[in-house]
Design a protein around this ligand. Structure first.
Ligand SMILES: Cc1cc2nc3c(=O)[nH]c(=O)nc-3n(C[C@H](O)[C@H](O)[C@H](O)COP(=O)(O)OP(=O)(O)OC[C@H]3O[C@@H](n4cnc5c(N)ncnc54)[C@H](O)[C@@H]3O)c2cc1C
Ligand code: SF4
Ligand code: SF4
Length: 625
């Protein structure tokens, strides 16, 4: 039986209500772009309202933004961007104004060979590695890495910025709050949209003072209902409020969100002797597994952001971003730069990689969608920040136009202003080029790389002629994945041992197939638990319901893969004695990866899994990601 409905459990209480003109969900780059644009058009130069609030006559429109994370900049990630939209909003931007910000200087793409022999490589890759090895003296190979001689134009970030989106968000947020025309409320998760037939009329905030099941407990305070003429959804790729809108209104015909990745990153102090220059951008592929991509970006003051992406099409049931990230750092090409460094911050977050094909209905009566959750991220260029910002700017301009013309926020009016601007912009043109560029990865890394190159070269006219598959179709059973490497009886024994200890199975299996133990140094190579303490400072305020819910425990009992336990970025999901996972909200970093990695389809809504990811405060306490 299912445990509960989509949003928080209904309490039979009278909720307080508040009226606003515009309510925003989430403060990432998309809402940053929206509020920056909107706030500049609300007042005349003499400080009088240019347009009037409908709920507070005589005042400018009342605009409130609710952010789930405990502070502005804690819930976001991202680094390198062409910053076309951002620069248009801030033409005089001096990178020195924003901590960790610097212009992009050198870009490299590296193919990492496997110096250990533990990764799982196809015949084609083994042959490629053999050829590179044989000609290593003639090729630009150093420290087991081949520097690709050519960086396609669509991947280049010439003239762009390298920044910490956390720091950038704080910089934008403080300007907005100082301006006084909009309010931003961090630590205030939105539970659900308020929907009446075909209209969204505001949002409901999360209940406080509940037990873990959402039942009223000490100090119960039901979440307020905020009524607004326009609700702006900028809650990112895995936002629970946007997902409820999709449940209600459906997706446009043929649109589907199938592609995801979990990005896990470290922010580190590089060792003093590290020769990497500020502004360096390194992208890697090939190792620790061929399907895992890596990045290393150098900020000012010898600080670097580095990490890996584990995509949904990664054909492995032992997904673990954390251990793979450590093996990646230990690759000889990278370790010579990192050895002696220290961990400053750590985090993980979902990246929505369906791009335009995951685009929902962008507007409806009383609501508009911006940013990654609206399908803006470009999957060919690997760029989401500037696209998200720009869609926010487009909505900001559209809303100002409608306010000035005293027109209501109907679907029709939002289509004619916001959607029309978006369709005419580079976000749309480039999004269309990217639309099918990643399909090839659904059938292997080599097909994927060729597909991307072809899509890039033909501006999207051609792509790998394959059909994308669902995440669950990419996830083999453990027995099949390790068929030729570990005898079945031994897999079963490892599984029983790990279950008895309540731990995930990936480390034992990786050890068994030759991945060496991580030589912990207590500074940069630290245990996953230490990363939570040192690098993430993860917190969860008391008095809130669990936000990760296993809807059908009886189905979990039968699940042999338990991929939710393997993928969990914070080790917040562990094995329960009866096979039903246990969730510990004090370790959750709100990455959202569990919900799209679960391989069990929801019995009534096949496109969803049986893990529900809801809104809650807490998570990482770092604005460096
Ligand atoms: C590890 C990693 C590295 C990346 N690197 C790059 C890069 O180098 N360059 C690039 O261009 N892109 C990069 N991206 C992608 C980029 O981060 C996103 O495309 C971009 O942040 C999307 O912006 P957004 O505003 O749409 O959503 P988000 O940045 O996801 O912001 C959404 C906000 O909404 C909040 N929220 C969610 N639900 C609720 C709720 N119910 N109530 C209140 N608040 C809520 C969240 O806490 C968050 O702060 C990276 C992503 C990851 C994960
Ligand atoms: S939540 Fe999904 S992956 Fe986890 S045990 Fe249940 S069915 Fe398996
Ligand atoms: S439980 Fe939390 S940390 Fe773990 S995968 Fe789910 S959202 Fe991420």
């Amino acid at each position: 039986m299912a445990e509960s409905s989509l949003s928080q459990i209904e309490a039979p209480v009278q909720r307080q209500t508040m009226d606003a003109d515009i309510a925003c969900v989430g403060f990432g780059p998309a809402t940053g772009g929206f509020l920056t644009t909107l706030s500049r058009g609300l007042l005349n130069p003499d400080g009088t309202p240019r347009v009037e609030s409908s709920v507070l006559p005589g005042a400018p429109p009342q605009v409130i933004c609710y952010e789930r994370a405990d502070d502005v900049g804690f819930g976001v990630s991202g680094v390198v961007t062409k910053a076309r939209g951002i620069r248009q909003s801030f033409p005089d931007l001096d990178p020195k104004q924003i901590p960790m910000c610097t212009p992009v200087k050198h870009e490299k793409v590296l193919y990492l060979l496997d110096p250990i022999g533990a990764s799982r490589r196809s015949i084609t890759l083994k042959v490629t590695d053999g050829v590179i090895g044989a000609f290593r003296k003639l090729l630009p190979v150093e420290h087991d890495a081949l520097e690709l001689p050519y960086l396609p134009p669509y991947l280049r970030k010439d003239g762009g910025l390298l920044l910490s989106i956390g720091q950038f968000s704080q910089w934008v947020g403080s300007q907005l709050m100082n301006g006084g025309t909009v309010q931003i409320w961090p630590g205030t998760p939105v539970a659900s949209p308020l929907i009446e037939e075909d209209r969204v009329f505001g949002v409901r905030l999360v209940d406080q003072g509940t037990d873990k099941h959402g039942r009223a407990s000490d100090g119960f305070m039901p979440g307020m209902d905020v009524h607004a003429a326009l609700t702006v959804l900028g809650d990112g790729p895995i936002g629970p409020v946007s997902r409820q809108i999709d449940e209600h209104f459906g997706m446009p015909a043929g649109h589907r969100r199938r592609d995801w990745a979990v990005g896990m990153k470290f922010v580190v102090n590089l060792p003093e002797n590290c020769p990497l220059e500020t502004g360096t951008v390194l992208h890697t592929l090939g190792y620790p597994e061929p399907g895992i991509f890596g990045f290393l970006y150098v900020h000012p003051d010898r600080i670097a952001s580095l990490g890996v992406f584990v995509p949904s099409w990664f054909e492995s049931p032992v997904r673990t971003a954390y251990r793979y990230l450590q093996h990646w750092m230990l690759h000889p090409y990278l370790w010579r730069y990192l050895n002696g460094g220290t961990l400053r911050s750590w985090g993980a977050k979902t990246l929505g990689e369906s791009g335009r094909r995951g685009e929902p209905h962008l507007v409806g009566n009383g609501y508009a969608r911006i940013g990654e959750g609206s399908g803006s991220t470009n999957v060919l260029t690997g760029s989401g920040v500037d696209e998200a910002w720009t869609t926010g700017v487009q909505l900001g301009e559209a809303v100002l136009e409608l306010l000035q013309q005293k027109k209501p926020f109907t679907k029709e009016n939002l289509m004619a202003t916001y959607v029309q601007r978006r369709r005419a912009s580079w976000v749309e043109t480039e999004g269309r080029v990217a639309e099918r560029s990643r399909d090839g990865f659904h059938w292997g890394i080599v097909t994927g790389l060729i597909g991307m190159a072809v899509a890039g070269a033909t501006k999207g006219a051609l792509a790998a002629p394959v059909q994308p598959r669902e995440v669950r179709d990419h996830t083999p059973r453990l027995e099949n994945y390790y068929r030729n490497r570990i005898p079945l009886a031994e897999i079963e024994k490892i599984r029983r041992d790990c279950a008895a200890r309540g731990i995930s199975i990936h480390s034992a299996l990786m050890d068994r197939v030759g991945w060496p133990a991580i030589p912990y140094d207590g500074k940069l190579l630290v245990s996953h638990q230490d990363a939570l303490l040192i690098g993430g400072k993860v917190q969860a305020p008391a008095g809130y319901a669990d936000h990760v819910v296993f809807l059908y425990p009886n189905l979990c009992e039968r699940c042999g893969t338990k991929i939710c336990v393997e993928i969990c970025s914070g080790q917040a999901i562990t094995l329960g004695t009866n096979g039903v996972p246990i969730f510990d909200r004090e370790k959750c970093i709100h990455c959202g990866a569990c919900t799209w990695n679960c391989i069990m389809p929801h019995p009534e809504r096949l496109e969803r899994s049986i893990i529900e990811f809801r809104a809650a405060p807490g998570g990482l306490h770092s604005a460096e990601n």
